[in-house]
Design a protein around this ligand. Structure first.
Ligand code: CLF
Ligand code: SF4
Length: 298
């Protein structure tokens, strides 16, 4: 049901039924279309390797970067190709708040497709700064990637942040990031927006930290938790892929404090269709002449 107030936003109960990434237990068959409008990022995660290509099936990758205006057309065509799409999302390839394009896109989506769920994903560094705008735009579901709440651990995951025009490294950077993530989650959750937290599980670095992390984000208002197994690459190529046992144990530890989502497909930034099911992204991007002409591959 839609809550009424200064803004309208879908309740958690409604998201569970209609959002493919907010179910617990059995997977649902709703779809999402990701709009790759955000390329820039303001933090430097050691596992992150953003790329523009057609072949890799992982986060941080898209066929190209599109403008907010092009995103509206992409949504229009995606719905025609897959009528089960209920969600328009922005999940990179960079951070949604590092540039203004994601919020601009959601303003247009709200006008053109009021029935769609607006889903945004962010690293959370700028969440306190943009919380009011996120609430006003009417984002229904927000995902914040929080990989640690301990500065020593976080310093091993992200080497640097750029914040208010300054560069910070190590634990100093970690302290600012963690503070902003938790303060932002609290602010947005308090306004009634459903917050999911994603954590990249890195056995050698944050493997023993999940319990504390899940408890803390739940205390700050997050409703759902998603553990994403590390793809060892870039500066963390020395780390191991989490085993099934490590993933199950981490999920069980988190579940003592917060609901856990178990069907993550580690989607591309331009994924379209039903996660783990019908995939229409190739058709969406390869067919139309005018979209190919207007892409600015960056
Ligand atoms: Fe996209 Fe993320 Fe929204 Fe879902 S994906 S922005 S919450 S609509 Fe979902 Fe894909 Fe996993 Fe993300 S399966 S990577 S959790
Ligand atoms: Fe990459 Fe996301 Fe980390 Fe930015 S926040 S460096 S896009 S993983």
């Amino acid at each position: 049901m839609i809550k009424e107030g200064v803004f309208m936003v879908l309740s958690y109960e409604n998201l569970i039924k209609n959002h493919p990434c907010f179910t617990q237990g059995v997977k649902n068959n709703k779809g999402r279309v990701h709009l790759p409008v955000s390329f820039g990022c303001n933090i430097f995660c050691n596992f992150c390797k953003r790329d523009i290509n057609d072949s890799e099936n992982r986060p941080g990758v898209a066929r190209g970067i599109i403008t907010p205006e092009e995103a509206v057309e992409v949504v229009r065509r995606a719905i025609l190709l897959c009528s089960d799409i209920t969600v328009a999302g922005v999940a990179g390839p960079g951070d949604s708040l590092a540039t203004p394009y994601a919020l601009e896109t959601f303003r247009m989506i709200k006008k053109e497709f009021p029935h769609l769920i607006k889903c945004m994903s962010t690293n959370g560094l700028l969440l306190p700064k943009f919380a009011d705008e996120i609430i006003e735009v009417g984002i229904d579901s927000l995902t914040v990637t929080v990989n640690s709440i301990d500065t020593k651990i976080q310093a091993q995951i992200s080497e640097k942040i750029i914040y208010q025009g300054k560069s910070y490294t190590g634990e100093e950077a970690a302290e600012i990031l963690i503070h902003n993530q938790l303060a932002g989650i609290k602010q947005v959750a308090k306004a009634g927006i459903t917050v999911k937290v994603n954590t990249v599980l890195i056995p050698e670095i944050n493997g023993e930290h999940i319990k504390k992390l899940a408890k803390t984000v739940a205390e700050h208002g997050a409703k759902l938790y998603n553990i994403i197994p590390l793809i060892p690459q870039h500066k963390l190529s020395w780390c191991s892929v989490p085993t099934c046992h490590q993933i199950s144990r981490s999920r069980a530890e988190a579940e003592a404090y917060i609901n856990v989502f178990r069907h993550c497909q580690r989607c591309r930034a331009d994924a379209a269709g039903i996660p783990g099911g019908k995939d229409v992204s190739k058709l969406l991007y390869l067919r139309p002449v005018q979209l190919e002409n207007t892409f600015s591959h960056g």
